[in-house]
Ligand binder design. Structure first.
Ligand code: FES
Length: 141
């Protein structure tokens, strides 16, 4: 191998290595991961006594926010906190007893139904179960 051929191989290899280093992260970003995200069906949302009457708590249900509400009557309710309009996080408004989305003034009642605003569908309701000191929230079967 003469010097000219060695230089050509070295520069050509460097060029392809540079292109590969640029394309690899771009392709990884564009292509979806091979393994789907694990679907969580049940989480411990709070401890009994954590929530005063007419109060709520946002917690993580898998990778999404959810809201656990202790109503004025002491009934525990849970919903996905992801607004069905453009996925903003809804919060519980104690003074109105409703779930409110601040992005476009969406409002839901305590059955998850839309009261006002642009959300096209009700919030996803979850089952709530008290086991010992823990409050578990799970997807409806
Ligand atoms: S995102 Fe909730 S009302 Fe628009």
């Amino acid at each position: 191998m003469n010097r000219r051929r060695f230089i050509n191989l070295f520069l050509g290899g460097s060029f392809f290595a540079t292109i590969a280093a640029f394309l690899y992260p771009v392709i990884n970003y564009i292509l979806p991961p091979k393994q789907a995200e694990a679907v969580q069906k049940k989480v411990a949302a709070a401890k009994v006594g954590d929530l005063a009457p007419n109060a709520a708590k946002i917690f993580k249900f898998g990778s999404s926010p959810a809201v656990l509400i202790n109503t004025q009557e002491g009934k525990l309710l849970a919903f996905s906190a992801v607004c069905t309009h453009l996925t903003c996080t809804v919060t519980y408004e104690a003074d109105t007893g409703t779930l409110y989305c601040p992005c476009h003034n969406g409002r839901f009642d305590l059955s998850g139904s839309v009261i006002s605003g642009p959300p096209p569908r009700p919030l996803e309701a979850y089952d709530v179960e008290v086991v010992g000191d823990d409050i578990f929230v799970s997807k409806k079967a």
